[in-house]
Design a protein. Structure first.
Lengths: 134, 164
């Protein structure tokens, strides 16, 4: 069975998660098409109770496309880390190493190397750990 | 000129062929052959229809034809895409609300790279002649995984009565 709702910008993976939860699994996807301008058709299992449909429509109305899923947030962090690596000044780090003469001098260098290592691992998908903040 | 088809006449020896007979069996039948029932529609702007449902959904592509008792050739072609390379787009034709393809497999499976476009083409001749009446053929589409989209980007479809 289909229920029409006003067309809006969506974050598709997030919307599916939200509508699956709101409908208890009765939601079965959506369709949009030129023959139904301004309308999205939400598909439900036959016999879905009106209360479930109402709850799902409320979740659709409340859906914020700017909110990211956990996977999308991780993907954005990886993208940022890759950008940081591309912008990293490795020569500056080398110069700091060459100029260091004490443990106090070495600590900030080690932190920079740790930060680079963390970003490299994150960008490569080798870790999902929280940024140590080095 | 709109004409109706009349079953071909069997001529007899010595038969007097007059204008009425010629008009009915020759002119009108030739007119029908030239102007046989036909309908078409299309949308080529690249944003026609998309669904994330794994059940067949009405795409809105349809051909409504009033037939006169002959079989019908239906053809739909265009391009499809999927929102994930692991997803397939499954297409089928419905005749008067009934899926004429397999309940799951439809009439055609298509896969592409994510958001890539591949062609589809479904040509279908009704196995038997539908009753002389208005009939509707529609293109239905489904995604294979109930999460990622399958879409028809552009299409044309038509139906034409082809006679016996």
């Amino acid at each position: 069975m289909d229920v029409n709702a006003p067309l809006k910008t969506i974050n598709a993976p997030l919307l599916k998660t939200e509508l699956d939860a709101a409908s208890g699994g009765a939601y079965q996807g959506y369709s949009v098409g030129s023959k139904w301008p301004g309308i999205v058709r939400l598909h439900f299992a036959d016999g879905t109770a009106q209360t479930v449909i109402d709850a799902t429509l409320a979740a659709y109305t409340a859906h914020n496309p700017n909110t990211l899923t956990a996977d999308q947030t991780l993907a954005a962090r990886r993208l940022t880390a890759a950008g940081d690596l591309q912008a990293a000044d490795f020569v500056a780090v080398l110069n700091q190493i060459n100029a260091a003469t004490s443990l106090a001098d070495a600590k900030p260098i080690l932190k920079k190397l740790l930060a680079l290592t963390y970003r490299l691992a994150l960008a490569q998908g080798l870790t999902n750990a929280t940024d140590p903040g080095a | 000129m709109t004409s109706t088809w009349t079953a071909n006449r069997t001529w007899t020896d010595g038969e007097l062929v007059n204008a009425s007979i010629m008009n009915q069996y020759i002119r009108d039948n030739l007119d029908w052959l030239k102007g046989r029932p036909y309908i078409s529609e299309q949308d080529f702007d690249g944003t026609f229809f998309s669904t994330t449902s794994s059940s067949f959904q009405d795409t809105g592509a349809d051909a409504v034809l009033t037939t006169t008792g002959g079989r019908v050739l239906v053809l739909a072609f265009g391009s499809v895409t999927v929102g994930n390379g692991a997803t397939s787009a499954v297409l089928t034709l419905y005749e008067d609300g009934v899926n004429k393809g397999d309940a799951t497999e439809g009439m055609q499976y298509q896969t592409s790279a994510t958001n890539g476009r591949v062609p589809f083409c479904m040509a279908y001749i009704t196995p038997t002649a539908p009753t002389a009446a208005a009939h509707t053929w529609k293109v239905y589409l489904r995604s294979t995984d109930n999460t990622n989209s399958a879409a028809i980007k552009q299409y044309q479809m038509w139906a034409i009565e082809i006679g016996a």
